[in-house]
Structures are given as C-alpha cells and as structure tokens.
Design a protein around this ligand. Structure first.
Ligand SMILES: [Zn+2]
Length: 218
C-alpha cells in the first residue's frame, strides 16, 4: 500500500473512532525522500482523499498538492527533527484523553502492563496557543523519549516508527484514558507496585521482544 493510501485510511479510522470532530486533527508520515506527507487544513478526516494530502519539506514548504498546510504542521516537523526513529505523527482531540489534558493531568501512572510496554508514560505538555512555535516547544521536556503526549486544554499527539504504530499508540492512549476515568468513578485506580513494574521491564525483551526505554516507565 502506498504511504498516501495508508494515510487516507488512518484519517478515516481516527474519525470513525471519534478521535476527532469536524476539521480536527492532522496526521503525517515521512517518505523515503526525506519529505513528509501531511493532511491539508480544513478537511474532515472522515472524508479525506489522496487529493487532500500535501507533500512538504522539512521547513514546511509545500512541494506537491493543493490547499493550505495543516495549522499544526510545526508539531509534526518538530518531532521528526528531534527523533530519527519517528516516521509518523498523529494529532487528535480524543474525548477521554482531552478530558485528562483539560484537567491538567498526564497519563503517567503505571496501571496496565501492556500500556507500560507499548506506550509508556504520557506526559502533560503545558498549554500553548495552537499553531504557534510555543506548541511544539511545550513538548520539549519529553520529546527525546515519549511516544504519547497530552496537550493541555487541547488534545493528544502520538509518534510512531510507522503510521500504524502511531495510530495504534493513539488508540491505546485513548483507551487508557477511558479506563482510568471509569476507574476513578469506581473509587480510584491502584498503581502496580514498583517491584512488579521492574519485573515487567526486565522480561520485556525476552518475552515480548520489546526494547523498553526506562525513561518512559520510571
Ligand atoms: Zn489540535
């Protein structure tokens, strides 16, 4: 499948999952030519076609495609410039994750083994005005290692080695936020004891084939 086709599919999926409404969100993927494919602005993600995807360079200049570049392209280019292993970025406004972001709480507790292994801590990035240079800079304290970010009073960002990876991380992030909210309603969640978290990280390579970055766990 071409990158463009896959990008269109992921756009449709974030809309179907309710991670965005109306024109919300933007998604991008790096190409082998060191350029980036990104959704144009003002398009419903559920209705995106290949004609709504722009090819841009690392400075945000449009190389191919018609329409205005997504307002949050700076988040995407910032992530690519800071992390060589990142090849895709997904930005959405999922309801449960954005509720935590608006409360001013990151998803940083160690509650669920699979989340610890695949997503890690999701820090809260201080509120910054959308579309400005301030917004990517709000991610600076965590950009070296985190795969998921909550943007205060705004939404969420996930990074991935591939488009599917970035999408899966967004789905996992939102699912985690939803479970945590339910658990809070039931009286509060219990974090895993630290020795159990350490044990999980210790076996992650051998049992799951995962390289867990300890900065995302402890
Ligand atoms: Zn946004």
């Amino acid at each position: 499948m071409s990158d463009k086709k896959e990008l269109v599919e992921i756009c449709h999926r974030v809309y179907e999952k309710g991670f965005v409404s109306a024109y919300d969100g933007n998604i991008s993927v790096a190409t082998p030519q060191n350029t980036f494919l990104i959704t144009r602005s003002a398009v419903r993600k559920g209705e995106v076609t290949e004609n709504d995807i722009l090819e841009i360079d690392s400075s945000g200049n449009i190389l191919n495609g018609r329409g205005k570049i997504s307002t949050e392209f700076k988040i995407h280019l910032y992530a690519y410039s800071k992390r060589a292993e990142v090849n895709a970025v997904v930005h959405c406004h999922p309801i449960f994750a954005t509720a935590f972001a608006s409360l001013g709480e990151g998803l940083t507790g160690n509650y669920f083994p699979e989340v610890i292994l695949t997503l890690g801590k999701v820090p809260l990035c201080k509120y910054a005005t959308p579309s400005t240079d301030e917004l990517p800079l709000s991610m600076e304290p965590y950009i070296d290692h985190a795969w998921g970010f909550l943007l205060q009073n705004h939404g969420a960002v996930t990074l991935g080695k591939t488009l599917k990876d970035a999408y899966n991380k967004m789905e996992k992030l939102e699912h985690t936020a939803q479970i945590l909210l339910m658990t809070k309603l039931l009286g509060g969640a219990n974090e895993l004891p630290i020795d159990k978290v350490k044990e999980l990280v210790k076996i992650s390579k051998q049992n799951y084939g995962l390289d867990v970055d300890e900065r995302n766990v402890f």
